[in-house]
Design a protein around this ligand. Sequence first.
Ligand code: PFF
Length: 468
Amino acid sequence: METPSTREHWGTRMGFILAAVGSAVGLGNIWRFPFQVSEQGGSSFLIIYLAFIIAIGLPAMLVEFTIGRRSKRNPINAFKKLGHGKWSFVGVICVITGFVILSYYSVVAGWTLQYTAGSITGGYFDDPAAYFGAISEGWVALGLHALFMAVVIGIVAMGIEKGIEICVKLLVPAIILLLLMLMFYGLTLDGAMEGVEYYLAPDLEVLSESWLEILPAAAGQAFFTLSLGMGAMITYSSYLAKDDDLVADSGWIVGLDTGIAVLVGLVIFPVLFAVGIDPGEGGPGSLFIGLGGAIAEAPGSNILGLVFFGTVLIAAVSSAISILEVVVSYVIDNFEVNRLPATLGVGSLIFLVGIPTAFSQTTLTFYDGVVADLLLPLGMALLVVFVGWFYTDARDELAKGLNIAPTSWFPNAWMWHVRTVILAAVVLALVLNAIGAYETFIELLTAGEAADVADHVHDTAIDLIEEP
Ligand code: PFF
Protein backbone atom coordinates (compact mmCIF):
# COMPACT_ATOMS: atom_id res chain seq x y z
CA MET A 1 0.00 0.00 0.00
CA GLU A 2 1.22 3.44 -0.93
CA THR A 3 1.83 6.00 1.82
CA PRO A 4 1.25 9.71 1.33
CA SER A 5 5.00 10.40 1.35
CA THR A 6 5.63 8.06 -1.57
CA ARG A 7 2.56 9.22 -3.46
CA GLU A 8 3.35 10.75 -6.84
CA HIS A 9 2.64 14.43 -7.58
CA TRP A 10 2.66 16.91 -10.43
CA GLY A 11 6.02 18.49 -11.20
CA THR A 12 4.56 21.97 -11.76
CA ARG A 13 1.31 23.88 -11.42
CA MET A 14 1.26 24.25 -15.19
CA GLY A 15 1.58 20.47 -15.46
CA PHE A 16 -1.58 20.06 -13.37
CA ILE A 17 -3.55 22.67 -15.33
CA LEU A 18 -2.54 21.20 -18.68
CA ALA A 19 -3.35 17.67 -17.53
CA ALA A 20 -6.81 18.79 -16.40
CA VAL A 21 -7.31 20.68 -19.68
CA GLY A 22 -6.10 17.58 -21.52
CA SER A 23 -8.67 15.52 -19.61
CA ALA A 24 -11.46 17.98 -20.34
CA VAL A 25 -10.70 18.55 -24.02
CA GLY A 26 -11.41 15.38 -25.95
CA LEU A 27 -13.98 13.51 -27.98
CA GLY A 28 -16.57 15.29 -25.86
CA ASN A 29 -15.62 18.60 -27.52
CA ILE A 30 -14.98 17.40 -31.05
CA TRP A 31 -17.18 14.32 -31.56
CA ARG A 32 -20.00 14.63 -29.00
CA PHE A 33 -20.49 18.43 -28.85
CA PRO A 34 -21.24 18.99 -32.59
CA PHE A 35 -23.76 16.17 -32.79
CA GLN A 36 -25.49 17.40 -29.63
CA VAL A 37 -25.66 20.90 -31.19
CA SER A 38 -27.24 19.49 -34.37
CA GLU A 39 -29.64 17.21 -32.51
CA GLN A 40 -30.74 19.92 -30.09
CA GLY A 41 -31.43 22.82 -32.45
CA GLY A 42 -28.11 24.60 -33.11
CA SER A 43 -27.52 27.90 -31.34
CA SER A 44 -30.24 27.32 -28.70
CA PHE A 45 -28.27 24.39 -27.35
CA LEU A 46 -25.11 26.50 -27.37
CA ILE A 47 -26.70 29.22 -25.23
CA ILE A 48 -28.02 26.84 -22.56
CA TYR A 49 -24.77 24.87 -22.60
CA LEU A 50 -22.68 28.01 -22.04
CA ALA A 51 -24.95 29.19 -19.23
CA PHE A 52 -24.71 25.77 -17.58
CA ILE A 53 -20.93 25.69 -17.86
CA ILE A 54 -20.52 29.06 -16.13
CA ALA A 55 -23.21 28.74 -13.46
CA ILE A 56 -22.81 25.05 -12.64
CA GLY A 57 -19.73 23.53 -14.28
CA LEU A 58 -17.14 25.92 -12.88
CA PRO A 59 -18.24 25.85 -9.21
CA ALA A 60 -18.87 22.09 -9.50
CA MET A 61 -15.26 21.57 -10.56
CA LEU A 62 -14.25 23.20 -7.25
CA VAL A 63 -16.35 20.57 -5.46
CA GLU A 64 -14.09 17.84 -6.88
CA PHE A 65 -10.87 19.84 -6.40
CA THR A 66 -11.53 20.52 -2.71
CA ILE A 67 -12.13 16.80 -2.10
CA GLY A 68 -9.05 15.67 -4.07
CA ARG A 69 -6.50 18.13 -2.73
CA ARG A 70 -7.52 17.82 0.92
CA SER A 71 -7.69 14.01 0.93
CA LYS A 72 -4.77 13.27 -1.44
CA ARG A 73 -6.55 10.03 -2.21
CA ASN A 74 -8.34 8.32 -5.08
CA PRO A 75 -12.13 8.88 -5.20
CA ILE A 76 -12.93 5.77 -3.13
CA ASN A 77 -10.44 6.36 -0.31
CA ALA A 78 -10.99 10.13 -0.27
CA PHE A 79 -14.23 9.85 1.70
CA LYS A 80 -12.67 7.77 4.44
CA LYS A 81 -9.72 10.16 4.71
CA LEU A 82 -12.14 13.07 5.12
CA GLY A 83 -13.85 11.21 7.97
CA HIS A 84 -16.91 9.87 6.13
CA GLY A 85 -16.10 6.28 5.19
CA LYS A 86 -19.76 5.50 4.53
CA TRP A 87 -19.63 7.73 1.48
CA SER A 88 -17.08 5.46 -0.23
CA PHE A 89 -19.92 4.03 -2.31
CA VAL A 90 -19.84 7.30 -4.30
CA GLY A 91 -16.23 6.53 -5.18
CA VAL A 92 -17.31 3.07 -6.28
CA ILE A 93 -19.88 4.65 -8.62
CA CYS A 94 -17.10 6.93 -9.93
CA VAL A 95 -14.79 4.00 -10.68
CA ILE A 96 -17.59 2.03 -12.40
CA THR A 97 -18.45 5.09 -14.49
CA GLY A 98 -14.79 5.38 -15.47
CA PHE A 99 -14.81 1.79 -16.65
CA VAL A 100 -17.88 2.32 -18.80
CA ILE A 101 -16.76 5.66 -20.28
CA LEU A 102 -13.32 4.51 -21.33
CA SER A 103 -14.63 1.23 -22.74
CA TYR A 104 -16.66 2.93 -25.52
CA TYR A 105 -14.57 6.12 -25.66
CA SER A 106 -11.71 3.96 -26.86
CA VAL A 107 -13.88 2.51 -29.65
CA VAL A 108 -14.71 6.00 -30.97
CA ALA A 109 -11.04 6.97 -30.62
CA GLY A 110 -10.26 3.84 -32.67
CA TRP A 111 -12.48 5.14 -35.51
CA THR A 112 -10.48 8.38 -35.33
CA LEU A 113 -7.26 6.42 -35.64
CA GLN A 114 -8.58 4.78 -38.81
CA TYR A 115 -9.71 8.12 -40.26
CA THR A 116 -6.29 9.66 -39.55
CA ALA A 117 -4.67 6.88 -41.59
CA GLY A 118 -7.53 6.99 -44.13
CA SER A 119 -6.79 10.69 -44.75
CA ILE A 120 -3.33 9.80 -46.01
CA THR A 121 -4.58 7.06 -48.35
CA GLY A 122 -7.82 8.87 -49.24
CA GLY A 123 -9.70 5.73 -48.16
CA TYR A 124 -12.92 7.44 -47.10
CA PHE A 125 -12.99 10.10 -49.85
CA ASP A 126 -15.18 8.21 -52.36
CA ASP A 127 -17.97 7.02 -50.12
CA PRO A 128 -17.65 8.26 -46.52
CA ALA A 129 -20.86 6.59 -45.35
CA ALA A 130 -19.89 3.14 -46.66
CA TYR A 131 -16.38 3.54 -45.26
CA PHE A 132 -17.73 4.45 -41.84
CA GLY A 133 -20.10 1.49 -41.97
CA ALA A 134 -17.21 -0.85 -42.75
CA ILE A 135 -14.86 0.27 -39.99
CA SER A 136 -17.17 1.30 -37.17
CA GLU A 137 -18.63 -2.11 -36.26
CA GLY A 138 -16.91 -5.48 -36.28
CA TRP A 139 -13.40 -6.84 -36.17
CA VAL A 140 -11.73 -3.71 -37.58
CA ALA A 141 -13.37 -1.62 -34.86
CA LEU A 142 -12.26 -4.15 -32.27
CA GLY A 143 -8.64 -4.10 -33.51
CA LEU A 144 -8.61 -0.29 -33.43
CA HIS A 145 -10.08 -0.33 -29.90
CA ALA A 146 -7.23 -2.65 -28.84
CA LEU A 147 -4.60 -0.42 -30.45
CA PHE A 148 -5.92 2.73 -28.82
CA MET A 149 -6.12 1.08 -25.39
CA ALA A 150 -2.51 -0.12 -25.80
CA VAL A 151 -1.32 3.49 -26.34
CA VAL A 152 -3.25 4.77 -23.33
CA ILE A 153 -1.99 1.93 -21.12
CA GLY A 154 1.59 2.72 -22.24
CA ILE A 155 1.33 6.38 -21.18
CA VAL A 156 -0.41 5.79 -17.84
CA ALA A 157 2.07 3.02 -17.00
CA MET A 158 4.88 5.60 -17.15
CA GLY A 159 3.39 7.55 -14.24
CA ILE A 160 2.14 11.00 -13.34
CA GLU A 161 5.17 13.15 -13.93
CA LYS A 162 7.03 11.15 -16.56
CA GLY A 163 4.05 9.83 -18.49
CA ILE A 164 0.97 12.00 -18.17
CA GLU A 165 2.60 15.40 -17.48
CA ILE A 166 5.15 15.24 -20.31
CA CYS A 167 2.52 13.99 -22.68
CA VAL A 168 -0.04 16.74 -21.99
CA LYS A 169 2.59 19.48 -22.17
CA LEU A 170 3.08 18.50 -25.82
CA LEU A 171 -0.48 17.52 -26.70
CA VAL A 172 -2.58 20.40 -25.32
CA PRO A 173 -0.75 23.27 -27.10
CA ALA A 174 -0.78 21.16 -30.29
CA ILE A 175 -4.58 20.73 -30.08
CA ILE A 176 -5.18 24.48 -29.68
CA LEU A 177 -2.80 25.45 -32.49
CA LEU A 178 -4.18 22.90 -34.94
CA LEU A 179 -7.81 23.85 -34.25
CA LEU A 180 -7.03 27.55 -34.77
CA MET A 181 -5.42 26.72 -38.12
CA LEU A 182 -8.44 24.65 -39.11
CA MET A 183 -10.84 27.42 -38.11
CA PHE A 184 -9.09 29.98 -40.32
CA TYR A 185 -9.13 27.47 -43.15
CA GLY A 186 -12.85 26.68 -42.70
CA LEU A 187 -13.93 30.31 -42.48
CA THR A 188 -12.27 31.16 -45.80
CA LEU A 189 -14.35 28.58 -47.72
CA ASP A 190 -17.23 29.86 -49.86
CA GLY A 191 -20.55 29.52 -48.04
CA ALA A 192 -18.92 29.13 -44.64
CA MET A 193 -20.93 32.00 -43.15
CA GLU A 194 -24.18 30.05 -43.36
CA GLY A 195 -22.63 27.53 -40.98
CA VAL A 196 -21.55 30.29 -38.61
CA GLU A 197 -25.08 31.66 -38.62
CA TYR A 198 -26.65 28.26 -37.92
CA TYR A 199 -24.26 27.83 -35.01
CA LEU A 200 -24.19 31.31 -33.48
CA ALA A 201 -27.33 33.27 -34.43
CA PRO A 202 -29.72 32.92 -31.49
CA ASP A 203 -33.14 31.46 -32.32
CA LEU A 204 -35.25 32.58 -29.38
CA GLU A 205 -38.33 30.71 -30.58
CA VAL A 206 -36.64 27.29 -30.44
CA LEU A 207 -35.06 28.31 -27.15
CA SER A 208 -38.34 29.16 -25.45
CA GLU A 209 -40.17 26.15 -26.92
CA SER A 210 -37.70 23.42 -26.15
CA TRP A 211 -35.54 24.52 -23.24
CA LEU A 212 -36.88 21.67 -21.10
CA GLU A 213 -35.49 19.14 -23.58
CA ILE A 214 -32.30 21.03 -24.23
CA LEU A 215 -31.43 21.58 -20.55
CA PRO A 216 -30.80 17.95 -19.53
CA ALA A 217 -28.84 17.28 -22.71
CA ALA A 218 -26.75 20.41 -22.10
CA ALA A 219 -26.16 19.34 -18.48
CA GLY A 220 -24.96 15.89 -19.53
CA GLN A 221 -22.70 17.43 -22.16
CA ALA A 222 -21.32 19.95 -19.66
CA PHE A 223 -20.34 17.24 -17.15
CA PHE A 224 -18.94 15.00 -19.86
CA THR A 225 -16.81 17.72 -21.42
CA LEU A 226 -15.50 19.02 -18.07
CA SER A 227 -14.73 15.46 -16.89
CA LEU A 228 -17.01 15.97 -13.89
CA GLY A 229 -19.06 13.48 -11.89
CA MET A 230 -16.70 10.52 -11.97
CA GLY A 231 -13.77 11.59 -9.86
CA ALA A 232 -11.27 12.36 -12.63
CA MET A 233 -10.79 15.84 -11.17
CA ILE A 234 -10.66 14.41 -7.62
CA THR A 235 -7.86 12.11 -8.76
CA TYR A 236 -5.89 14.75 -10.67
CA SER A 237 -6.14 17.28 -7.81
CA SER A 238 -5.06 14.58 -5.33
CA TYR A 239 -1.60 14.79 -6.91
CA LEU A 240 -1.32 18.51 -6.07
CA ALA A 241 1.53 19.06 -3.65
CA LYS A 242 1.05 22.76 -2.94
CA ASP A 243 -1.91 24.93 -2.04
CA ASP A 244 -2.39 26.82 -5.28
CA ASP A 245 -5.36 28.98 -6.08
CA LEU A 246 -7.98 26.40 -7.06
CA VAL A 247 -10.40 29.05 -8.29
CA ALA A 248 -7.90 30.42 -10.80
CA ASP A 249 -6.92 26.89 -11.85
CA SER A 250 -10.50 25.90 -12.55
CA GLY A 251 -11.11 29.18 -14.36
CA TRP A 252 -8.28 28.31 -16.74
CA ILE A 253 -9.45 24.74 -17.22
CA VAL A 254 -13.13 25.57 -17.80
CA GLY A 255 -12.23 28.60 -19.96
CA LEU A 256 -9.91 26.62 -22.21
CA ASP A 257 -12.27 23.65 -22.52
CA THR A 258 -15.23 25.85 -23.40
CA GLY A 259 -13.18 28.02 -25.76
CA ILE A 260 -12.05 24.90 -27.56
CA ALA A 261 -15.61 23.48 -27.84
CA VAL A 262 -16.81 26.79 -29.32
CA LEU A 263 -13.82 26.77 -31.67
CA VAL A 264 -14.63 23.24 -32.81
CA GLY A 265 -18.12 24.40 -33.81
CA LEU A 266 -16.46 27.17 -35.82
CA VAL A 267 -14.40 24.54 -37.64
CA ILE A 268 -17.15 21.99 -38.25
CA PHE A 269 -20.29 23.95 -39.17
CA PRO A 270 -18.63 26.28 -41.71
CA VAL A 271 -16.96 23.30 -43.44
CA LEU A 272 -20.24 21.33 -43.54
CA PHE A 273 -22.26 24.25 -44.92
CA ALA A 274 -19.51 25.21 -47.39
CA VAL A 275 -19.76 21.84 -49.14
CA GLY A 276 -23.53 21.66 -48.74
CA ILE A 277 -23.80 18.90 -46.13
CA ASP A 278 -26.73 19.26 -43.74
CA PRO A 279 -25.59 18.81 -40.11
CA GLY A 280 -28.74 16.68 -40.01
CA GLU A 281 -29.92 14.55 -37.17
CA GLY A 282 -26.46 13.93 -35.76
CA GLY A 283 -25.66 10.64 -34.09
CA PRO A 284 -22.27 9.07 -33.35
CA GLY A 285 -21.36 8.76 -37.04
CA SER A 286 -22.06 12.39 -37.93
CA LEU A 287 -18.53 13.66 -37.42
CA PHE A 288 -17.04 10.87 -39.49
CA ILE A 289 -19.61 10.74 -42.29
CA GLY A 290 -20.50 14.45 -42.39
CA LEU A 291 -17.12 15.98 -41.85
CA GLY A 292 -15.34 13.11 -43.62
CA GLY A 293 -17.51 13.85 -46.68
CA ALA A 294 -16.87 17.56 -46.40
CA ILE A 295 -13.12 17.02 -46.13
CA ALA A 296 -13.20 14.79 -49.21
CA GLU A 297 -14.85 17.62 -51.19
CA ALA A 298 -12.62 20.41 -49.88
CA PRO A 299 -9.34 21.46 -51.47
CA GLY A 300 -6.25 19.75 -49.97
CA SER A 301 -8.28 16.85 -48.57
CA ASN A 302 -5.34 14.68 -47.54
CA ILE A 303 -3.62 17.30 -45.43
CA LEU A 304 -6.87 18.70 -44.08
CA GLY A 305 -8.10 15.25 -43.05
CA LEU A 306 -4.78 14.32 -41.52
CA VAL A 307 -4.61 17.50 -39.44
CA PHE A 308 -8.25 17.31 -38.37
CA PHE A 309 -8.47 13.66 -37.40
CA GLY A 310 -4.93 13.76 -36.00
CA THR A 311 -6.07 16.58 -33.67
CA VAL A 312 -9.12 14.58 -32.58
CA LEU A 313 -6.88 11.61 -31.87
CA ILE A 314 -4.46 13.64 -29.74
CA ALA A 315 -7.37 15.11 -27.79
CA ALA A 316 -8.82 11.63 -27.23
CA VAL A 317 -5.50 10.32 -25.88
CA SER A 318 -5.09 13.13 -23.35
CA SER A 319 -8.63 12.53 -22.02
CA ALA A 320 -8.48 8.76 -22.01
CA ILE A 321 -5.38 8.79 -19.81
CA SER A 322 -7.29 10.71 -17.12
CA ILE A 323 -10.10 8.17 -17.11
CA LEU A 324 -7.73 5.22 -16.82
CA GLU A 325 -5.80 7.03 -14.08
CA VAL A 326 -8.91 7.15 -11.84
CA VAL A 327 -9.15 3.37 -11.73
CA VAL A 328 -5.39 2.77 -11.69
CA SER A 329 -4.88 5.16 -8.76
CA TYR A 330 -7.45 3.19 -6.78
CA VAL A 331 -5.69 -0.10 -7.47
CA ILE A 332 -2.23 1.31 -6.62
CA ASP A 333 -3.45 2.99 -3.43
CA ASN A 334 -5.24 -0.10 -2.11
CA PHE A 335 -3.43 -3.20 -3.21
CA GLU A 336 0.16 -4.31 -3.13
CA VAL A 337 0.56 -3.62 -6.84
CA ASN A 338 2.97 -1.49 -8.79
CA ARG A 339 1.87 0.94 -11.48
CA LEU A 340 2.75 -1.28 -14.45
CA PRO A 341 0.74 -4.39 -13.55
CA ALA A 342 -2.09 -2.22 -12.20
CA THR A 343 -2.34 -0.31 -15.48
CA LEU A 344 -2.08 -3.44 -17.61
CA GLY A 345 -4.73 -5.29 -15.61
CA VAL A 346 -7.23 -2.43 -15.43
CA GLY A 347 -6.64 -1.45 -19.09
CA SER A 348 -7.27 -5.02 -20.28
CA LEU A 349 -10.50 -5.25 -18.29
CA ILE A 350 -11.74 -1.98 -19.75
CA PHE A 351 -10.92 -3.31 -23.20
CA LEU A 352 -13.14 -6.32 -22.52
CA VAL A 353 -16.03 -4.18 -21.27
CA GLY A 354 -15.85 -2.17 -24.54
CA ILE A 355 -16.08 -5.19 -26.86
CA PRO A 356 -19.89 -5.05 -27.34
CA THR A 357 -19.66 -1.39 -28.39
CA ALA A 358 -17.12 -2.29 -31.07
CA PHE A 359 -19.73 -4.56 -32.63
CA SER A 360 -22.83 -2.42 -32.37
CA GLN A 361 -23.39 1.31 -32.55
CA THR A 362 -26.74 0.88 -30.83
CA THR A 363 -24.89 -0.54 -27.82
CA LEU A 364 -22.34 2.30 -28.02
CA THR A 365 -25.10 4.92 -28.04
CA PHE A 366 -26.68 3.12 -25.10
CA TYR A 367 -23.41 3.20 -23.07
CA ASP A 368 -22.94 6.89 -23.95
CA GLY A 369 -26.51 7.76 -22.91
CA VAL A 370 -26.21 5.92 -19.60
CA VAL A 371 -22.93 7.69 -18.81
CA ALA A 372 -23.71 11.29 -19.78
CA ASP A 373 -27.39 11.34 -18.96
CA LEU A 374 -27.44 9.30 -15.77
CA LEU A 375 -24.10 8.27 -14.21
CA LEU A 376 -22.27 11.62 -14.40
CA PRO A 377 -25.21 13.72 -13.08
CA LEU A 378 -25.79 11.08 -10.39
CA GLY A 379 -22.12 11.14 -9.33
CA MET A 380 -22.16 14.95 -9.30
CA ALA A 381 -25.40 15.12 -7.28
CA LEU A 382 -23.90 12.85 -4.61
CA LEU A 383 -20.63 14.82 -4.51
CA VAL A 384 -22.59 18.05 -4.12
CA VAL A 385 -24.60 16.67 -1.17
CA PHE A 386 -21.37 15.40 0.39
CA VAL A 387 -19.59 18.76 0.17
CA GLY A 388 -22.72 20.77 0.97
CA TRP A 389 -23.68 18.97 4.18
CA PHE A 390 -20.98 16.56 5.31
CA TYR A 391 -17.58 17.94 4.34
CA THR A 392 -18.20 21.62 4.97
CA ASP A 393 -14.45 22.08 5.63
CA ALA A 394 -14.29 22.27 1.85
CA ARG A 395 -14.56 26.01 2.49
CA ASP A 396 -11.15 26.00 4.24
CA GLU A 397 -9.63 24.10 1.36
CA LEU A 398 -11.01 26.60 -1.12
CA ALA A 399 -9.78 29.55 0.93
CA LYS A 400 -6.22 28.18 1.22
CA GLY A 401 -4.75 29.27 -2.09
CA LEU A 402 -6.80 32.46 -2.11
CA ASN A 403 -5.16 33.86 1.02
CA ILE A 404 -8.50 34.72 2.60
CA ALA A 405 -10.21 33.51 5.77
CA PRO A 406 -12.48 30.46 5.34
CA THR A 407 -15.16 32.53 7.06
CA SER A 408 -14.98 35.34 4.52
CA TRP A 409 -17.79 35.91 2.04
CA PHE A 410 -16.38 34.05 -0.97
CA PRO A 411 -16.12 30.49 0.41
CA ASN A 412 -19.51 31.00 2.07
CA ALA A 413 -21.12 32.23 -1.12
CA TRP A 414 -19.69 29.23 -2.96
CA MET A 415 -21.05 26.84 -0.34
CA TRP A 416 -24.48 28.46 -0.57
CA HIS A 417 -24.38 28.14 -4.36
CA VAL A 418 -23.38 24.45 -4.09
CA ARG A 419 -26.24 23.70 -1.69
CA THR A 420 -28.94 25.49 -3.67
CA VAL A 421 -28.35 26.33 -7.32
CA ILE A 422 -26.01 23.47 -8.20
CA LEU A 423 -27.98 20.85 -6.32
CA ALA A 424 -31.26 22.00 -7.87
CA ALA A 425 -29.82 22.06 -11.39
CA VAL A 426 -28.15 18.66 -11.09
CA VAL A 427 -31.21 17.00 -9.60
CA LEU A 428 -33.48 18.57 -12.23
CA ALA A 429 -31.17 17.38 -15.02
CA LEU A 430 -31.01 13.92 -13.50
CA VAL A 431 -34.80 13.62 -13.17
CA LEU A 432 -35.45 14.93 -16.70
CA ASN A 433 -32.79 12.60 -18.12
CA ALA A 434 -34.19 9.65 -16.21
CA ILE A 435 -37.67 10.36 -17.61
CA GLY A 436 -36.18 10.68 -21.12
CA ALA A 437 -34.22 7.44 -20.71
CA TYR A 438 -37.34 5.63 -19.50
CA GLU A 439 -39.35 6.86 -22.50
CA THR A 440 -36.60 5.84 -24.94
CA PHE A 441 -36.38 2.44 -23.32
CA ILE A 442 -40.14 1.89 -23.68
CA GLU A 443 -39.96 3.03 -27.33
CA LEU A 444 -37.12 0.63 -28.04
CA LEU A 445 -38.92 -2.13 -26.26
CA THR A 446 -42.09 -1.66 -28.24
CA ALA A 447 -40.08 -1.50 -31.45
CA GLY A 448 -38.38 -4.72 -30.43
CA GLU A 449 -35.00 -3.03 -30.65
CA ALA A 450 -34.05 -3.57 -27.01
CA ALA A 451 -34.36 -7.26 -27.66
CA ASP A 452 -32.11 -6.80 -30.73
CA VAL A 453 -29.46 -5.05 -28.65
CA ALA A 454 -29.54 -7.82 -26.06
CA ASP A 455 -29.36 -10.50 -28.78
CA HIS A 456 -26.48 -8.73 -30.44
CA VAL A 457 -24.48 -8.46 -27.22
CA HIS A 458 -25.22 -12.11 -26.51
CA ASP A 459 -24.25 -13.30 -30.03
CA THR A 460 -21.05 -11.27 -29.98
CA ALA A 461 -20.05 -12.77 -26.65
CA ILE A 462 -20.73 -16.31 -27.95
CA ASP A 463 -18.71 -15.64 -31.14
CA LEU A 464 -15.78 -14.45 -29.07
CA ILE A 465 -15.89 -17.45 -26.80
CA GLU A 466 -16.09 -19.87 -29.71
CA GLU A 467 -13.36 -18.34 -31.84
CA PRO A 468 -11.02 -16.40 -29.57
N1 PFF B 1 -13.89 15.30 -20.90
C1 PFF B 1 -13.62 14.26 -21.85
C2 PFF B 1 -14.04 14.71 -23.23
O1 PFF B 1 -14.64 15.77 -23.35
O2 PFF B 1 -13.79 13.99 -24.17
C3 PFF B 1 -14.24 12.94 -21.49
C4 PFF B 1 -14.09 12.55 -20.06
C5 PFF B 1 -12.82 12.43 -19.51
C6 PFF B 1 -15.21 12.36 -19.28
C7 PFF B 1 -12.67 12.12 -18.15
C8 PFF B 1 -15.08 12.04 -17.95
C9 PFF B 1 -13.80 11.93 -17.41
F1 PFF B 1 -13.68 11.65 -16.16
